[in-house]
Write a protein that binds this ligand. Structure first.
Ligand code: PXP
Length: 236
């Protein structure tokens, strides 16, 4: 299983003082060096962590795979087409949320989604949709022309009781199997950490996990090398 590292919170820390450090681009390069197969960043509407100039510099620097998480807006579509990341991930976005809450509601956007995705398909930029692990959402993602789905693991991560967590894990497993059967690539993310990640390595349909907060939080205390390598040790 591959690991994509989300470096948004390196920018959160930098922005706390309005200075230049720590630099998310340096973090991205180090994460790649220590084994990350991709770098993820989310350019939010309020630019609370990653800024436009970070994205431009990340595009120059990242040599593995750059995944731009974004809301489905005209502004972000333009920025993404200009930046040309290898992958975009459409996520729902509310200004007031602390982090991405819930999956992207494909049904709500279905009529315009295929049209929105066309220029990405034309430029060879892969498209992933961040969705709840549900059959209906997977069907819609496949029909809308997505290449990939990212299964939302937030509900799994939040559950404290083993039995309840097992139910959520099973939902994710079944969704992964179903999405693969429709020819979609499958990744997973949100709320994953060093304590809850290990069952994922047995779900062979999930090619990659996308992890941010847990890795950056650990890196603050132990360094990015230890934080990335320890996560890789668990998932591989
Ligand atoms: N995947 C998606 C689509 C996200 O929006 C986020 C949060 O930015 C993550 C993965 C990473 O979540 P976490 O920071 O909890 O690891």
């Amino acid at each position: 299983m591959r690991l994509a590292v989300n470096i948004d919170h390196i920018a959160t820390l930098r922005n706390a003082r309005g200075e230049q450090e720590p630099d998310p681009v340096v973090a991205a390069l180090l994460a790649e060096k220590f084994g990350a197969a991709g770098i993820v960043c989310h350019l939010r509407e309020d630019r609370r962590h990653i800024k436009d100039h970070d994205l431009a510099r990340l595009r120059q620097a990242v040599t593995t795979k750059l995944d731009l998480e974004m809301a489905m807006t005209a502004e972000l579509q333009q920025i993404a087409l200009k930046t040309k990341p290898e992958l975009i991930t459409l996520v729902p976005e509310k200004r007031e949320e602390l982090t991405t809450e819930g999956g992207f509601n494909i049904a709500r956007h279905y009529d315009v989604l295929a049209e929105y995705l066309k220029p990405f398909n034309a430029k060879g930029i892969e498209v992933s949709l961040f969705i709840e692990p549900e059959k209906k959402a997977i069907d819609l993602a496949a029909h809308a022309g997505a290449d990939m789905v990212e299964l939302h693991t937030g509900a799994y991560a939040q559950k404290k009781l083993d039995e309840v967590r097992a139910v959520e894990l099973n939902r994710i497993r079944e969704a992964a199997v179903y999405a693969r059967s429709l020819g979609l690539k499958v990744v997973a993310g949100h709320g994953l950490n060093y304590l809850n990640i290990s069952p994922f390595k047995d779900i062979v349909e999930i090619e990659e996990v996308s992890i941010g907060h847990a890795i950056i939080a650990r890196a603050v205390l132990t360094g990015l090398e230890e934080a990335v390598r320890e996560m890789l040790r668990i998932i591989q």
